[in-house]
Design a protein around this ligand. Structure first.
Ligand code: MF3
Ligand code: CO
Length: 289
């Protein structure tokens, strides 16, 4: 498609194309000709999108902060769900997981060998030694946000603590590798390096994802990869980075009973941290902090 330089920009900014995404498009065309996979326009956010995504993400962070304050030994994962629902609604927002593709609860609580999508349950009481991922996702004014943190309950084994810490470091390495006009492979590679050099394995079948007016949009953000491969990371893209890192095999299985709970195949521990980022002209902004 050819855009008139003096016409309105395709991003919806109401600015003239030549003053908005013209140079951006030239850069992408150049990279595409060099063989790079480039993002579709549909996942490049304009200032309005970004402003509401920021607000949505702020609420998401407030929810996680509320969980962080209260989470403790003896609490059920249903009580975490209750906190998430209450705080989200108090901010006039909605819990994105609730009824998402039939998901029955408002948050995911994934303990020990559970990799992701653990379902809150009044019978599952947090006990000393558990490591638990609380994955919160919010819809505000039609815009999604998504982030998760690990919590260590009571006295945690050295092994478990190390896995949680290395997973955090792996996420940080992914962020350090994120730059405008870089690639998703740069991020995946950095994460994989940290995990594997510590003797761990990176889950392959789940990854990060674009976030915007939908929960899960393009691109799929693999947490493994090779530098300078995969989709170009262009300013205006918003996506999650959420490595799931296992003590043992990266293979996982889904509980056939509930159709959701993902565990490690060997039942060894798994940890995950998740942030949602905006790629900017000169770096990135973590929206969920
Ligand atoms: N929050 C998860 C993610 O990071 C998705 C959960 S889907 C649900 O992508 F239905 F399980 F909530
Ligand atoms: Co996510």
């Amino acid at each position: 498609m050819i855009y008139s330089k003096n016409g309105a920009c395709w991003c919806g900014s109401k600015k003239k194309y030549k003053h908005c995404h013209y140079e951006f498009d030239q850069k992408l065309i150049q990279m595409k000709m060099q063989g790079y996979e480039v993002p579709p326009k549909s996942i490049i956010r304009n200032q309005k999108d970004i402003q509401i995504l920021r607000e949505s993400a702020k609420i998401n962070t407030a929810v996680l902060d509320a969980v962080a304050k209260k989470i403790c030994e003896g609490m059920s994962t249903q009580e975490i769900d209750d906190i998430v629902t209450e705080v989200t609604h108090a901010h006039h927002a909605k819990c994105a997981p609730y009824r998402y593709e039939g998901y029955p609860k408002s948050v995911c609580t994934s303990i020990n060998e559970v990799v992701c999508h653990g379902i809150p349950d009044s019978k599952r009481i947090l006990k000393s030694g558990d490591i638990v991922n609380v994955d919160v996702s919010t819809i505000f004014k039609g815009y999604f946000s998504d982030a998760s943190r690990m919590f260590m309950i009571g006295e945690v084994s050295d092994n478990a603590r190390k896995l949680v810490e290395v997973t955090r470091q792996a996420l940080q390495a992914g962020l350090d590798a994120l730059k405008p006009w870089g690639t998703l492979g740069d991020i995946g590679h950095a994460i994989q390096q940290v995990a594997e050099s510590n003797g761990y394995n990176v889950v392959r079948v789940f990854g990060g994802h674009g976030v915007g007016k939908e929960f899960h949009e393009e691109p799929f953000v693999a947490h493994v990869g090779r530098p300078n491969t995969g989709m170009v990371t262009a300013p205006g893209m918003t996506f999650t980075i959420e490595p799931m890192i296992n003590e043992g095999t990266y293979d996982v299985e889904i509980d056939p009973e509930d159709g959701w709970t993902v565990t490690t195949k060997d039942k060894k521990l798994s940890a995950q941290w998740e942030v949602m980022v905006l790629v900017t002209e000169d770096g990135y902004e973590i929206l969920t902090q």
